[in-house]
Design a protein around this ligand. Structure first.
Ligand SMILES: *[C@@H]1O[C@H](CO)[C@@H](O)[C@H](O)[C@H]1NC(C)=O
Ligand SMILES: *[C@@H]1O[C@H](CO)[C@@H](O)[C@H](O)[C@H]1NC(C)=O
Ligand SMILES: *[C@@H]1O[C@H](CO)[C@@H](O)[C@H](O)[C@H]1NC(C)=O
Ligand SMILES: *[C@@H]1O[C@H](CO)[C@@H](O)[C@H](O)[C@H]1NC(C)=O
Ligand SMILES: *[C@@H]1O[C@H](CO)[C@@H](O)[C@H](O)[C@H]1NC(C)=O
Ligand SMILES: *[C@@H]1O[C@H](CO)[C@@H](O)[C@H](O)[C@H]1NC(C)=O
Length: 467
């Protein structure tokens, strides 16, 4: 009895340890790279990936840390090989197969990612991997693949969850699961069929010789944040992104709804497992310079993976500068402080209001360099926002601190109470705060006190005033 319990415990610990990374380093920090979907949808060809890879190098993005060149949906033939049951690459799009593209990408010192789906078919109708996990993982391993994005379309009915949690029907204070039954209190989502589908692929990937970063894409369904860290290295929190500030477009969403939702689940993100706010739209649509800064700055501050989704051969200079901003990237990739920046104050609405137009506006977090403050203007007009030392965890009211603007890298000076920043519509201030002379304001990152609002945050992430 006792020894079988011990055995079970040991097995669990071993699985968890293996997940951290086969190679002991992959996935500790949010992934940086390129993905084809936001730039090209299904209109893909090897050339586009090789151009992206070359530009990643030529534009200095590799030096900035970007390393993955990820192929999204539509890379395969419509059916598996009849005899081997393997997914077959579309040789018109990838003349030398995926292994050929992988070799070329590896020769540039970069890594390559592939895409599949935990259902019968991918979202675009190509073969999915449900029921074929081992064959597919083995195939990708043989091709030299380094990363898997695993989508959630076309799930057969016998794999549908008993209870439904789709975050777009969660309003911060109540669930309204259209067409599904909300789970009873205390339900363990790691036992859901969705978790099982994703765990099957985890186990298949872990059995391979290569280390594949495993990126779950089930849109925050089935409370993936609660089991994602035992399953993969990142997990999507919400529906697909489009390059718009607020609102939605068909099934896809603007920045404000995505940030609004993500902020309620930040405690689940840390080293080795990251909430994914979806791939970047920097360079796409009609974003203003301010909106581009906010998109990239908040994605980085909340420790989302940062996957470029625009054609890099025609990227405007100012968008490239945002993607390469070393101070913003350094916060996202900080080796000592894994937690995302957390809201220390809300903004337009009372704390913990779930609102798709006005999410939290004031965030702070630690890095090995100091304390960072991010202030986002969700209004359509210019406002002045104040970073008040007494309100920011780790800073002392009335003490003099030195402030650097992370966007321009300019030292703004020393300030003893607060710093006022004028922010145009939809802009975000990103500030590094240190003691005068540049010393870190706290001795160890672990010393950063948790904001009070988090200490009182209940298990099910409801707004405290609503309990
Ligand atoms: C193999 O699969 C294709 C596509 O599904 C089908 O058209 C073909 O008849 C199959 N070939 C054999 C030998 O079964
Ligand atoms: C669903 O049906 C398939 C095919 O019959 C079977 O292999 C699979 O195990 C079933 N899934 C579940 C969760 O029962
Ligand atoms: C996720 O798992 C890793 C390693 O297993 C652990 O270090 C990390 O703290 C976990 N993240 C959270 C938010 O618990
Ligand atoms: C950008 O603006 C143009 C012209 O107003 C419009 O047609 C297009 O749909 C916009 N693109 C996006 C992604 O909003
Ligand atoms: C979001 O917040 C704004 C500002 O308080 C408010 O006017 C709006 O009604 C809120 N939206 C919803 C859906 O509650
Ligand atoms: C901001 O302006 C846009 C475009 O005019 C409008 O649709 C939106 O409702 C405005 N948002 C706020 C919060 O006022």
């Amino acid at each position: 009895m006792r020894s079988s319990t011990l055995l079970a415990l040991t097995a669990h610990v071993l699985t968890a340890a293996a997940l951290v990374a086969k190679d002991g380093k992959t996935g500790k920090l949010p992934a940086l790279g390129f993905n084809s979907w936001n730039a090209f949808r299904c209109d893909i060809h090897e050339d586009k990936f090789l151009i992206a890879a070359q530009e990643i190098i030529d534009l200095g993005l590799k030096d900035a840390g970007y390393e993955y060149i990820n192929i999204d949906d539509c890379w395969s033939l419509l059916s598996r090989d009849n005899a081997t049951k393997r997914i077959q690459p579309d040789l018109e799009k990838f003349p030398d197969g995926i292994s050929g593209t992988a070799d070329k990408v590896h020769a540039l010192g970069l890594k390559i990612g592939i895409y599949s789906d935990a259902g019968d078919l991918t979202c675009a109708g190509y073969p999915g991997s449900l029921g074929y996990e081992e064959i597919d993982a083995e195939t990708w391993d043989e091709w030299g693949v380094d990363y898997l994005k695993y989508d959630n379309c076309n799930v057969p009915t016998n794999w549908t969850d008993e209870y439904q949690y789709w975050p777009e029907y969660w309003y911060g204070d109540h669930e309204d699961q259209v067409g599904g039954t909300p789970a009873p209190a205390g339900y363990d989502w790691s036992t859901s069929k969705t978790a099982l589908r994703y765990n099957r692929m985890r186990d298949a990937l872990l059995a391979q010789s290569r280390t594949l970063l495993y990126s779950l894409c089930n849109w925050g369904h089935s409370h993936v944040e609660q089991w994602g860290n035992q399953t993969g290295q990142s997990w999507r929190m919400w529906g697909d992104i489009v390059p718009i500030w607020e609102g939605k477009d068909d099934y896809s969403w603007g920045f404000m709804p995505i940030i609004n939702h993500g902020v309620f689940f930040l405690e689940w993100s840390n080293f080795w497992g990251h909430n994914d706010l979806d791939m970047l739209e920097v360079g796409n649509g009609n974003l203003t310079a301010e909106e581009t800064r906010t998109h990239f700055g908040i994605w980085a501050a909340l420790k989302s993976p940062l996957l470029i989704g625009t054609p890099l051969d025609v990227i405007p200079e100012e968008d490239l500068a945002v993607l390469k901003n070393w101070e913003i990237l350094a916060f996202n990739q900080d080796p000592t402080w894994g937690a995302p920046a957390l809201p220390y104050k809300w903004g337009i609405n009372p704390a913990w209001t779930w609102n798709q137009t006005h999410p939290a506006e004031f965030y702070s977090g630690g890095s090995e360099r100091g304390i960072h403050v991010f202030m986002m203007n969700t209004l359509n007009k210019t406002v002045t926002k104040s970073a008040v030392w007494g309100e920011i965890p780790g800073l002392k009211a009335g003490k003099k601190y030195e402030v650097t603007d992370m966007w321009t890298h300019k030292k703004l000076g020393s300030f003893s109470k607060k710093l006022d920043v004028k922010l145009a519509a939809h802009d975000t201030a990103a500030l590094l705060v240190t003691e005068v002379g540049g010393k870190h304001p706290f001795p160890k990152p672990a010393g950063l006190p948790k904001p009070k609002i988090y200490e009182t945050k209940p298990k099910r992430w409801l707004a405290p005033e609503l309990i």
